[in-house]
Design a protein around this ligand. Structure first.
Ligand code: AMP
Length: 147
């Protein structure tokens, strides 16, 4: 089996994101592979508040929220020592954009988190499942355990 040369980490900002990111970093180091990261914006980014996302729409400045999202993304890229040109923050449908970038950048391993959904939740679809079915390269699903 040949070593992986280009690993793509797909991140959302759930509480498990750091765990998945750390797995990607360790794996890329092990193979001495290039590490890229993608975050797909598929809705209006909302601020993290102790009240959740309850905020009047007319009080939101979308540019500021987008800027906060970019900062968060750049901080993650810095933590993982990922080259700025290998950080992808794009608008779209997560699965499609993850696969587009993987193809475009000749990625040979995509890393996603997986909640191991079953029943109705699985039928409704998950990003991990969809990437696994549509990617042309290997996909590693990091099992996320809810505690
Ligand atoms: P989900 O199936 O939506 O719970 O997400 C499972 C995994 O898919 C996450 O742990 C990420 O690796 C990836 N993912 C989900 N949403 C996004 C997104 N908007 N951008 C990039 N990756 C994502």
């Amino acid at each position: 089996m040949s070593d992986y040369q280009h690993v793509l980490l797909a991140v959302d900002y759930t509480k498990h994101g750091v765990y998945v990111a750390e797995k990607a970093r360790v794996l890329a180091n092990k193979y001495q592979a290039k590490l890229s990261v993608i975050h797909v914006l598929d809705n209006i980014p909302m601020p993290d508040t102790s009240y959740g996302t309850v905020i009047a729409l007319d009080q939101i400045a979308p540019d500021e929220l987008l800027e906060a999202e970019k900062i968060k993304f750049m901080e993650l890229g810095d933590q993982l020592a990922i080259d700025v040109v290998n950080r992808w923050m794009v608008w779209g449908i997560p699965t499609q954009e993850i696969i587009n970038i993987a193809d475009q950048e000749q990625v040979d391993l995509i890393i996603v988190g997986s909640h191991g959904r079953h029943g109705l939740a699985l039928l409704l679809g998950s990003t991990a499942n969809s990437v696994l079915h549509h990617a042309k390269c290997d996909v590693m699903a990091v099992r996320l355990i809810e505690k």
